[in-house]
Ligand binder design. Structure first.
Ligand SMILES: *Cc1c(COP(=O)(O)O)cnc(C)c1O
Length: 391
């Protein structure tokens, strides 16, 4: 048996120990932790919907109508009228033939990849893709090839050398840690040329980018033949919980038959689907939330540039400040905490070695004054190394 205590101690020494904060307030830009109030810039509640009164009321209604639990898997009796209606509404929203709900985005990625691929097949995965895409590729048994971040030439040279078997190109739509957008049009062209599936994980694009919040794939003007597999999550901008895959009728039927993370798990509570239906309406109708986000992002970037901070090439609400060393990310996070601002340090293995960072995220619920407060708090604690390096 390995020595867990020593392993944990090593992790602490490397500044990689992770611990949880216990939050006493509803999700929002203000969080109370250990009796102190913080202004938070680290959630994925981009549209500020996670505690919206209409969604909360719909959750209550769903509970009254369906009770608390689904009782079984979707393929037994767990698939309620509310789940079904949400799937139809997601498909209509994304202008795709069908959509299928999964309990989480992590499970959706695992389920899709193991349903479509097996031994002898290949997955081409962007180097900075989310961990769940990597794990999905591993679980599928296909060979995993990682191409350089958003480098379509590197991808193509690997595709050219691929032997027979199914090929699948997987990418985040908006990259979760850097906030940049994948070159989807080019990826779609290359995937088509090599008869490869293109799978886009739009966990951070859905609701935030594209017309009506339809995400990075719609923003790039691509349809369901160009991007056959579109995965999205409901726990980020949509403000509830869960995930879905949208695509052709044949894709969805195949997933129902074969995706093990769909089949062998209890369906989420129907009330969650009732709440998400209302959330989806708000996502589509309230363009002002996306406009507010753009305003905040511009204000932050302008202010950060004036302070000489090295920003990443991101127009999305994800605005990382790269510190390099894990210890420096922790130091900055702690210094901000002392000033009442909450931004967690992101360290390996979530990001590559030497790419630790403060992952700053904005929500439509933030005000411009709050962005200014963040900039004022950042100014005195930034060191020369961060001001000139990073990026
Ligand atoms: C959050 C996230 C997931 C996982 O979704 P969950 O519903 O939280 O399990 C998958 N992919 C990306 C890019 C994500 O950011």
């Amino acid at each position: 048996m390995k020595n867990l205590a020593r392993q944990l101690q090593d992790r602490r020494q490397q500044q990689l120990y992770r611990s949880r904060l216990v939050v006493d307030t509803p999700q929002g830009v203000n969080a109370r932790i250990d009796g102190r109030d913080y202004l938070s810039f680290c959630s994925n509640d981009y549209l500020g919907l996670a505690n919206h009164p209409d969604i909360v009321a719909a959750f209550h209604r769903g509970l009254d109508e369906f009770g608390s639990g689904s009782g079984s898997a979707h393929l037994i009796t767990g698939h309620s009228r509310a789940h079904h209606a949400l799937e139809e509404e997601l498909a209509a929203f994304l202008q795709r033939p069908r959509a299928l709900l999964f309990s989480t985005g992590y499970m959706a990625n695992l389920g899709v990849m193991s349903a479509l691929l097996g031994r002898g097949d290949r997955v081409f995965s962007d180097h900075t893709n989310h961990a769940s895409l990597l794990d999905g590729a591993r679980l599928s048994g296909a060979r995993l090839l990682r191409y350089r971040h958003s480098d379509v030439d590197d991808l193509e040279s690997r595709l050219v050398n691929a032997q027979a078997g199914e090929l699948l190109v997987a990418t985040d739509g908006v990259f979760s840690m850097d906030g940049d957008i994948a070159p989807l049009e080019k990826l779609a062209r290359i995937a088509a040329r090599h008869d490869a599936w293109l799978m886009v994980d739009d966990a951070h694009g859905l609701g935030v980018t594209g017309p009506g919040g339809r995400g990075s794939v719609a923003q790039a003007g691509l349809d369901s033949t160009q991007v056959p597999v579109l995965m999205g999550t409901l726990g980020k901008a949509v403000g509830t919980f869960g995930a879905f895959v949208a695509g052709s009728d044949e894709l969805i039927e195949t997933l129902i038959q074969e995706a093990r993370t769909y089949i062998y798990t209890t369906a989420p509570p129907p009330a969650l689907a009732t709440a998400t239906r209302v959330a989806l309406q708000l996502v589509q109708e309230e363009d002002w939330r996306r406009e507010q986000l753009q305003l905040l992002v511009k204000r932050f970037r302008r202010g950060a540039q004036q302070l000489g901070l090295a920003l990443c090439d991101s127009e999305t609400p994800i605005q990382p400040l790269i510190t390099g060393a894990a210890a420096e990310a922790l130091r900055l996070s702690r210094a901000l905490r002392e000033q009442g601002i909450l931004i967690t340090a992101i360290r390996p293995p979530t990001v590559a070695e030497g790419k630790s960072r403060l992952r700053i995220t904005f929500s439509a619920a933030h005000t411009e004054q709050q962005v200014d407060r963040l900039l004022e708090a950042l100014e005195p604690i930034m060191v020369a190394g961060l001001a000139t390096g990073g990026g």
